[in-house]
Ligand binder design. Structure first.
Ligand code: PGA
Length: 250
């Protein structure tokens, strides 16, 4: 069974936004989510974290980053450390999003070290796992997600219960092709079993679903026993849609 704790609805803005557009979106989210029964976070591009820090201060919405360096400091041009993110009130950082794995060559090992770096700074890593369409069609889904999670568990075993996991089938991201509730639940159950074997606190590790979750399909996905929330891309850019999903998670 999934966590007994509150569901989580996290927005992933990806590389979208502007100071002006963010201001309007954040104001709408702030008022719309003030009574939310679930935990709400927004993962924004790094340059806007300062804006989120001031606009969301004292609100019910947590701040998330979309990536974090595996290193603490030094000659890593372009990277942003966990300690820097902490200065802007960041509570969560996505690690291993499929777009990072695909376009930036991030390996399972690097993703695991990024999760470790986040944890060391008191940031909760939202570890993303998921199979491509080719892997699903080859019957490799379970093996792929288990391998991706195993790498993270391997070096973060002692604090594995501090992570958030997100199952995001690559073929469902930004495509409008959502996994069916049964397809998503089946993979969440595989991940839950793996967590149960790895840590006694597995029941409280949230496993979010991501991949074309929207206002129309969120309720059915969130009703699955091992789906503890959603990681929302496209629909997180529209206040009404995102708030509808937040309401579904109440
Ligand atoms: P999507 O993205 O909701 O636009 O499919 C989800 C994600 O990539 O986190």
């Amino acid at each position: 069974m999934g966590c007994a704790v509150k569901k989580r609805i996290f927005g992933n803005w990806k590389m979208n936004g502007s100071l002006e557009a963010n201001a309007a979106l954040l104001q709408a989210l702030k008022s719309g989510a003030s009574q939310a029964a679930c935990e709400v976070a927004v993962c924004a591009p790094a340059p806007y974290l300062s804006q989120l820090h001031s606009v969301l201060a004292g609100s019910a919405i947590a701040i998330g980053a979309q990536d974090v360096s595996a290193h603490a400091s030094g000659a890593f041009t372009g990277e942003v450390s966990g300690a820097m993110l902490r200065e802007f009130g960041v509570r969560y950082a996505l690690v291993g999003h499929s777009e990072r794995r695909q376009y930036h060559g991030e390996s399972d090992d690097l993703v695991a070290r990024k999760a470790q770096a986040a944890l060391a700074c008191g940031i909760t890593p939202v570890v993303c796992v998921g199979e491509t369409l080719a892997q699903r069609e080859a019957g490799e889904t379970d093996a792929v997600v288990r391998r991706q999670l195993a790498a993270v568990a391997h070096i973060n075993g002692h604090c594995l219960s501090e992570i958030v996991l997100a199952y995001e089938p690559v073929w469902a991201i930004g495509t409008g092709k959502t996994a069916t509730p049964a397809q998503a639940q089946a993979v969440h159950a595989v991940l839950r079993a793996q967590l149960l074997a790895a840590t006694t606190s597995a029941a409280r590790i949230p496993i979010l679903y991501g991949g074309s979750m929207n206002a129309a399909n969120a309720a059915e996905l969130l009703a699955q026993p091992d789906i503890d929330g959603g990681l929302i891309g496209g629909a997180s850019l529209k206040a009404a849609d995102f708030l509808h999903i937040v309401a579904c998670a109440g």
